[in-house]
Design a protein around this ligand. Structure first.
Ligand code: GLA
Length: 389
């Protein structure tokens, strides 16, 4: 962007630091990051952009440009979650305040700042708009403070903010992906060992995201319910399979042998997780071999499992997947993120992408009676300071 046209700069002319932090799409490995399992997300070219200038006092004065709202809070009173007038912080401001709180809890210096940010990651759509805000503020406070943490540590700080300050018990995947994105690559992360590596997407493929337009508020409670079903499954299975610590420790054949002791729906939830972990492991070899068709098949299987076993899909997401399946050049499609609304991710032959997008849009409108937003996405770089200004 031409710096002279940058809205961040016109809103904060004395800004000294600029940063970008992307959203993410998850290609495979859904609802396994809180079961110590492997995930395969990619950072996308939709991101939060932020500009900041240091302040001499202990205030954070932050403008969310897209909402046209400003919040000011005192860095000495973060646990209270209130603004300078003692009013509860608006929901969006809990993310920067949570980052400041998590940084302070680790003894990292957090300076007062003026900041302004904008985002083109759709909100509550399963594309990790909140992780992008968290990473953007982590990177900015790191620059202002002159300290240096690894991207993995910034991801953990951001997860801590979300878990303990905002109050959503998410896993590490979203913050990890926003922090570590690599252009043109999916990111394989083992959420137990934290070992990760980037894997190039198969040649001549495009990632298409289709936003169903549905937003559900029950996501947090249903998400936490799924988490506790997984915990119940582990404690019951531990009586049969000694030494397991999480569902990721169980193979599909071990599961089949012992699943009988689990009540429904705990059994179905656990089966999804066990099989999804195995799908990710098989997917890595397919990706490495550039086998888009084989990988896409696993995406379709993953969706069916999220729909039937984990029960986090909705008819609109199912419709998007079923339409996609019939369009030539589509290798795979599934819901992405927590579910209950939001988006599907589609792996498509690049030459066919434009027709695919048009067909999906038209047929979805006919079937679901509503508009889908369809984006062509590129796997992108993770959170970083902008140096062009
Ligand atoms: C949300 C959470 C992630 C992950 C996904 C489901 O995006 O933030 O940690 O659990 O749901 O895979």
């Amino acid at each position: 962007m031409n710096p002279l046209n940058d809205p961040l700069r016109s809103h904060l002319p004395n800004a000294t630091w600029f940063a970008t932090a992307p959203g993410r799409v998850n290609l495979l490995g859904e609802h396994v990051d809180y079961n110590d399992g492997p995930v395969l997300p990619a950072a996308i070219d939709r991101a939060v952009r932020i500009a900041a200038a240091p302040r001499k006092d202990r205030l954070a004065h932050i403008t969310a440009l897209d909402l046209n709202e400003t919040a000011a809070f005192d860095l000495e009173h973060l646990p209270e979650k209130v603004d300078v007038n003692g009013k509860p912080l608006p929901g969006w401001a809990l993310y920067p305040a949570g980052i400041a709180w998590a940084l302070q809890s680790r003894g990292l210096p957090v300076s007062g700042l003026d900041a302004v940010f904008t985002s083109d990651v759709p909100m509550s759509a399963g594309l990790s708009s909140s992780a992008a805000v968290e990473l953007a503020f982590s990177v900015i406070w790191q620059a202002l403070g002159g300290w240096q943490e690894s991207p993995m540590s910034l991801a953990h700080i951001s997860q801590q903010a979300e878990n303990a300050y905002v109050g959503v018990k998410c896993g590490l995947m979203d913050q990890f992906a926003s922090a570590h994105g690599v252009e043109g690559c999916a990111l394989y992360l083992d959420t137990r060992s934290l070992l990760w590596h980037a894997i190039p997407l198969p040649p001549h493929t495009a990632i298409v995201i289709a936003d169903s337009g549905i937003r559900r508020n029950l996501t947090a409670s249903a998400y936490n319910e799924r988490r506790s079903a997984c915990e119940t499954a582990v404690s019951l299975l531990q009586t049969q399979i000694p030494g397991i610590r999480a569902l990721r420790d169980i193979t599909p054949s071990q599961f089949a042998a012992h699943a009988g002791i689990l009540p429904s729906p705990v059994r179905e939830r656990a089966r999804h997780v066990v099989e999804e972990c195995s799908r990710v492991d098989r997917a890595v070899a397919l990706l490495q071999a550039g086998d888009a068709r084989g990988f896409g098949q696993l995406m379709f299987e993953g969706h069916a499992s999220l729909r039937d076993l984990y029960q986090v899909s909705i008819p609109e997401l199912d419709a998007l997947v079923e339409i996609a399946r019939e369009v030539p050049g589509c290798w795979g499609a599934r819901l992405t993120g927590a579910g209950f609304g939001g988006c599907t991710v589609n792996l498509v032959e690049d030459q066919a992408a434009e027709t695919f997008m048009n067909t999906l849009k038209t047929h979805y409108e006919k079937t679901a009676g509503r508009q889908a937003q369809i984006y062509l996405c590129h796997a992108s770089r993770g959170a970083h300071l902008e140096t062009y200004l």
